[in-house]
Design a binder for this molecule. Structure first.
Ligand SMILES: [Zn+2]
Length: 398
């Protein structure tokens, strides 16, 4: 069946970006035509039509850092530890659907337990579940007792063990390798956030083995030493990139330049709760902390957007709320939308598949009430999501 989706305006994500009274023709999961509504309607009179006056059509959004196996409740880790895999999978299917409710048509899952996100990915791809396209890492590599050890990715630090651990993820069908290069926030009795968990040489082995399997590497790194080592090792993305040292923030210009020169992207990993940070660490530090992202962009480093959905209160159904941070930092709306669509697709190796509204790409679309180019928060007013050609009506329609 052909679908004809039309709205008062359409932002395609390309250079000639805005189409008044725009329409998209969808056939067998692909975008087959894009243009003025009248033209497309004439060319496809039999298509099933969805028309949205007062709305905007955009490329489906890409949340580049989520954890489907965590439930975003008050105690996500305890909930995970208390759940068997079957129960966990039910919750993950529900959260995958919540991502669609928010107009998110692609998520990158950067750490699950037992490859559960890979199973959800495959079930969505087979059409057994309703959900976004999922890129999944499986259990993140970490040291014994290290950050997120409870996801099952603890590894010995000798070369053979590291290579075997990467190869196992490739066998499991992972789309990417995730390594906890530094400590993190949520794991009791593990290294501090600024402390490195792996040496530069160990990260190099992980990157080398991942390349042999054709897999990109996402490095969780809060610590400046870990960021420096991850960049030198040639990872694909640095997650968080918070520049922490033992005595506070420690931004390193030469490392930023190295990231720009080698095309390493940063994924921020900040949920809609970003404005609460000042109350916790003080407004000054919070400002510097958030400013690191504009500093990266100004230096020419690609920044993509993830929310770490699954962590406490970091919900799957409000991606738009997280984007407010970038507006607060002074980015214009079109730039923010590109970061959450075409630039994310490029960074994740999906640029020929999704991220723009152009013929030949998969039909990943979101229709929102209003005009997010004029008012970013309109992005939260999702009327319809189309993921890989399949329409999804948001359940908690605003
Ligand atoms: Zn994470």
């Amino acid at each position: 069946m052909r679908l004809l989706v039309s709205a008062e305006r359409m932002w395609t994500g390309t250079t000639e970006h805005l189409v008044e009274d725009g329409a998209v023709l969808v056939e067998r999961g692909l975008i087959t035509a894009v243009g003025p509504r009248a033209e497309l309607a004439e060319s496809a009179p039999d298509a099933h039509a969805y028309d949205f006056p007062g709305h905007t059509i955009l490329p489906g959004l890409i949340n580049a850092h989520v954890h489907l196996s965590l439930d975003a409740g008050a105690e996500p880790i305890n909930t995970l530890l208390a759940s068997e895999d079957d129960e966990l999978l039910n919750g993950m299917a529900e959260r995958a659907e919540q991502a669609l409710d928010a107009g998110t048509t692609t998520v990158r899952d950067l750490g699950d337990r037992n490859g559960t996100a890979i199973r959800i990915r495959d079930a969505v791809a087979r059409g057994e579940l309703t959900g976004p396209r999922i890129l999944a890492a499986g259990p993140p590599l970490t040291v014994h007792g290290g950050h997120c050890w409870f996801l099952g990715g603890e590894v010995e630090r000798d070369e053979n063990s590291l290579r075997r651990a990467v190869a196992r993820r490739a066998e499991l069908g992972a789309d990417t390798v995730k390594v906890m290069a530094s400590g993190g926030q949520i794991t009791p009795n593990s290294p501090a956030m600024w402390q490195s968990q792996f040496s530069g040489d160990e990260l190099r082995v992980i990157v080398d083995e991942s390349r042999r399997h054709g897999l990109p590497v996402a490095a969780h790194a809060h610590g400046s030493d870990a960021i420096t080592d991850a960049v030198a090792a040639g990872v694909t993305t640095v997650e968080h990139c918070t520049w922490l040292g033992p005595d506070g923030m420690d931004e390193r210009e030469p490392v930023i330049r190295a990231m720009r020169d080698s095309g390493i992207r940063v994924c921020a990993g900040q949920s809609r709760n970003w404005h609460g940070l000042g109350a916790v660490v003080g407004e000054d530090l919070a400002r510097r902390f958030h400013r690191r992202l504009s500093n990266l962009v100004e230096a020419g480093v690609g920044v993509i957007i993830g929310t770490d959905a699954g962590l406490r209160d970091s919900v799957f159904h409000d991606f738009a709320g997280a984007l407010g941070l970038y507006e607060h930092l002074g980015f214009d709306n079109e730039r923010i939308l590109r970061m959450a669509t075409s630039e994310a697709a490029e960074a994740l190796g999906l640029g020929r598949l999704t991220g723009r509204v152009v013929p030949g790409l998969r039909a990943d679309l979101v229709v929102v009430r209003g005009d997010p180019l004029a008012r970013l928060s309109d992005l939260g007013e999702v009327a319809l999501t189309i993921a890989n050609g399949t329409p999804h009506h948001p359940r908690a329609a605003a």
